[in-house]
Design a protein. Structure first.
Length: 166
């Protein structure tokens, strides 16, 4: 069994949250699917509306990832990223503050339900504090997707939008 390292604020893997007052601060929907959960945060040097609009646009999403993406920017709209490796449906939109989407990759087990991502875009001293809560990740895949979010999203978004000095 691997030893646990203390996770940083930006990348922390945990079990799916249980309904409790302490978890309410994370704004994880009570409908969060079972499985592994991740919470990651990035500081970006762009206003929340710019980051939100890029996330919710196929062209904008592709601009920061460098890979093909499609987004129907409405509740119930489909989205794909990384040339179809990721797919899902938008569940909730509150421009420019919040996006909730179902999310799965082509590597999820066929019988696994979709996972869920909740993004919050908050003003910060440098522009935007982007927080991602990803729930319902199939067991055994949490570390892989934590690395994936950092390497294939947050690091690319920092390069595209800029990052703070912290």
């Amino acid at each position: 069994m691997a030893t646990k390292k203390k996770a940083s604020k930006a990348t922390r893997a945990t079990r799916a949250p249980k309904a409790s007052p302490a978890r309410a601060k994370e704004k994880v929907s009570p409908a969060a699917p079972p499985g592994v959960a991740l919470r990651l945060t990035a500081e970006l040097a762009a206003p929340p509306v710019r980051v939100f609009d890029a996330w919710m646009s196929g062209e904008g999403h592709a601009a920061f990832t460098g890979a093909g993406a499609t987004v129907e920017a409405r509740v119930g709209g489909r989205h794909t990223a990384w040339d179809g490796y990721i797919e899902g449906t938008t569940v909730e939109l509150a421009r420019p503050d919040r996006v909730v989407q179902t999310w799965r990759t082509s590597e999820f087990p066929a019988a696994a339900p979709d996972s869920r991502i909740e993004l919050s875009f908050r003003p910060s001293a440098i522009g935007t504090e982007l927080t991602l809560v990803h729930t319902g990740i199939p067991r055994g895949q949490g570390a892989k997707y934590r690395r994936g979010w950092e390497e294939h999203y947050f690091s690319l978004m920092r390069a595209h939008f800029g990052r703070g000095s912290s």
